[in-house]
Design a protein around this ligand. Structure first.
Ligand code: ATP
Ligand code: ZN
Length: 286
């Protein structure tokens, strides 16, 4: 039987989340800690390949791996031809332009004629071109943020998450240019058999994502108010209504979206609902 080979980061910011995603999808990927290159999953026709993140786009483009999990920033920087099968919602970060705190900043044109240090020269080239800025790019492989301090560059273009590393090097983030997150990528010419395995994996990932953004809600409603309360609950089809020992009351069960949740709770209480319970959903198949 065909097996699907998926490359994930061996050790780094995306490793734990990638393994966790497979575990939730019922695929054991936990050999990572033993640093094996391959982990054959006994319960799904998938093999996991542990690599440095920088090597993942090319491996998938070449077909050495069929699919992979990597940050969009790495795909853009390497410029490899791969297809994004799913955005995964973790590993979120942004690529920003930062300058010395004491510089006299007057907008993007400040960067004209300046020297900018980065580990992302290709993304920076595009960002500069898109904004009609003419600057020198200084490629460096690590510790980009110390470049302005030691006089190697006037500014930097780098991944920023909190800004505290910048601050401790006397820099401030001035322009947020690109947002990135982890994505599941695939080879552009997968065989039908492999695509079928990938589709099964994607089906499971969709169920995990849907569950994450929804909550199961249970509440007690006075029968007299039931219609008003049901109108507030969208649910997957329509809410379940169960009898209670006290015949003036019923129990109502439904699903609400996480982002609409607090608004709905307030309205439900105002409509007479009591004993509201909200519980996480493990998987959700629509
Ligand atoms: P490798 O050893 O695999 O080459 P790395 O050091 O290049 O690892 P990590 O620092 O582990 O990479 O980051 C992996 C990815 O995590 C980044 O490419 C980016 O997409 C994402 N990421 C999310 N937040 C951050 C952050 N604050 N700093 C750096 N990367 C981040
Ligand atoms: Zn890397």
């Amino acid at each position: 039987m065909e097996r699907l080979k998926i490359a994930i980061q061996k050790s780094g910011r995306l490793s734990d989340k990638s393994i966790e995603l497979f575990e939730k999808a019922g695929i054991s990927a936990s050999n990572a800690s033993s640093r094996l290159l391959f982990a054959s999953s006994p319960d799904f026709p998938i093999d996991i390949l542990y690599l440095r993140d920088d090597d993942i786009p090319q491996c998938v483009a070449d077909g050495v791996a069929d699919a992979g999990i990597v940050g969009e920033n790495v795909i853009w920087e390497t410029g490899q031809q791969v297809e994004v099968a799913e955005k995964l919602g973790f590993g979120k970060c942004r690529l920003s332009l930062a300058i010395p705190r004491d510089a006299n900043y007057n907008g993007l044109q400040w960067f004209n004629g300046k020297k900018i240090a980065t580990t992302y020269p290709n993304i920076l080239k595009k960002v500069l071109a898109d904004n009609n800025i003419n600057a020198d790019i200084h490629v460096i492989n690590g510790s980009v943020e110390i470049c302005p301090v030691i006089g190697l560059a006037d500014a930097i273009f780098d991944i920023v998450s909190t800004g505290s590393t910048l601050l401790s090097n006397g820099l401030v983030e001035k322009e947020k240019m690109v947002n990135s997150q982890a994505v599941l990528i695939k080879n552009e010419k997968l065989s039908a058999a492999k695509q079928e395995i990938l589709d099964k994996l994607l089906f499971r990932i969709h169920a995990i994502h849907a569950a994450k953004s929804n909550k199961y809600i249970l509440l007690n409603a006075p029968k007299a108010k039931l219609n008003d309360i049901i109108k507030l609950l969208p649910g997957m089809k329509s809410p379940s209504v169960l009898p209670l020992a006290d015949s003036d009351w019923v129990s109502v069960h439904s699903v609400v979206q996480e982002d609409k949740f607090w608004g709905i709770i307030d309205e439900l209480r105002a409509a007479g609902a009591q004993g509201i319970l909200v519980v996480p959903i493990e998987k959700m198949i629509l």
